[in-house]
Design a protein around this ligand. Structure first.
Ligand code: GMT
Length: 377
């Protein structure tokens, strides 16, 4: 198949999923064209079957805001025509699904029936998409896609609750390419470079936006390290970085925290971890939690959104109410304080992550592609 993938090329989960999907499809011999404003950060696979098309928006004094959707839909039309694409798979509704609808209409004028698949990722529905400023256009572009997928049952339910949806929604979960995860104890994973023998390693990865409640990460870590000697690895950059640095300084634990910034090698960093913290306000799926589990790391998370579909309470980690950092810390300590318990949770986490392997999830997308193409003309 010839597929155009449109996504945010940054460190966010939707861009990661779109990029990993494109690389996996190319490895299976499909022709993949990424259409976005920058090369996706996770794009680390070069092949004859992967192409990148940059969407460039010219500056012009009249524009207060750059008309990105316009440039994107024009680029989609150009690439579909040039490379005879059959499908445009857009990740994150805003503005990608709307731009794809425009491209579809322009191509129709030229006698081309391009199929649009929209994957909803979370905040495009829960936080931003349902805002009155966007709701009408988001609902319209979902209903006018040829197929719609969400990354969890929870997000499907949110979409149906917040919008008037006339289309079938297929749930296709986030996935993990296990080939990218180093073996524990391999040369790439030498934990003594980070912590002392008696210390546990706790990790949090996010874009440090308010929805992630990174201040709860610091609070939970503060409570855990009083009982269990430990270090905190903080991966990612975002608006709450300064706030949590000050919080850690005030609590006197700054020297126990490593701020590592953005990384496109989270798989390698996670192999050091004994516990992963994800105290988000909401999370449609929680790809970061799944990535942690794939590296045998139990997860302490909230019970909101799709997290209970990924993290199984009492098995792969624990679920707590949003903001209940006492409960999170207590659960974390119960996992970390005993070697045998920790080992059991690590094994369970890996086993659960394997349910979401690339091999298990990829056929779902291919089935959707086949179905939209079969419904052609
Ligand atoms: O979590 C973020 O802020 C990034 C966001 C995105 O759109 O890139 O992630 C969303 O999509 C991921 C991939 O499908 C999901 O695993 C995340 O749970 C989801 N984030 C939220 O719902 C807050």
């Amino acid at each position: 198949m010839k597929i155009g993938i449109v996504c945010y090329p940054t460190f966010g989960g939707s861009g990661v999923v779109a990029t990993e999907l494109g690389m996996a499809l190319a490895q299976k011999g499909h022709h993949v064209h990424f259409i976005t404003y920058k090369q996706p950060v996770r794009l680390d696979f070069i092949s004859n079957d992967i192409h990148f098309h940059e969407v460039f928006v010219e500056e012009y004094p009249l524009f207060q805001f750059q008309p990105y959707e316009l440039a994107l839909s024009s680029k989609m039309v150009e690439v579909v025509r040039m490379y005879d694409l059959e499908i445009l798979h857009v990740h994150y509704a805003i503005p990608h699904a709307y731009a794809a609808y425009m491209a579809k209409q322009m191509l129709k004028e030229k006698g081309i029936d391009i199929k649009v698949v929209t994957t909803l990722h979370g905040t495009d529905i829960t936080l931003v998409g349902s805002h009155p400023n966007y709701k009408t256009a988001v609902e319209f572009s979902i209903n006018n896609s040829d197929a719609v997928t969400t990354v969890s049952e929870s997000l499907k339910n949110d979409t149906l609750r917040l919008f008037n949806i006339t289309k079938e929604i297929y749930v296709i979960n986030n996935f993990i390419d296990f080939e990218k995860y180093p073996e524990i104890g391999s040369e790439e994973c030498q934990r003594h470079t980070i912590a002392k023998e008696n210390e546990r390693i706790i990790t949090h990865i996010s874009n440090l936006r308010p929805v992630k409640r990174a201040w709860d990460v610091i609070d939970v870590f503060y409570k855990i390290q009083k009982e269990v000697p430990s270090k905190l690895l903080l991966v990612g950059e975002g608006p709450d970085r300064e706030r949590i640095e000050c919080q850690a300084k005030d609590l006197g634990i700054l020297d126990k925290i490593l701020f590592l910034g953005n990384s496109n090698e989270v798989n390698k960093l996670l192999c050091y971890s004994d516990l992963f913290l994800l105290p988000s306000e909401t999370e449609s799926f929680g790809l970061a939690a799944l990535e942690a589990m794939a590296a045998r790391t139990p997860v302490i998370s909230t019970n909101s959104g799709g997290l209970p579909e990924v993290n199984i309470n009492g098995v792969t980690g624990y679920l707590s109410n949003v903001g209940d950092t006492d409960d999170m810390a207590m659960n974390g300590i119960s996992i970390l304080k005993n070697d045998q318990t920790l080992q059991q949770f690590k094994e369970n986490a890996l086993m659960q992550a394997k349910r979401f392997s690339l091999q298990n999830v990829l056929p779902g997308y291919k089935e959707v592609y086949r179905e939209v193409i079969a419904n052609c003309c």
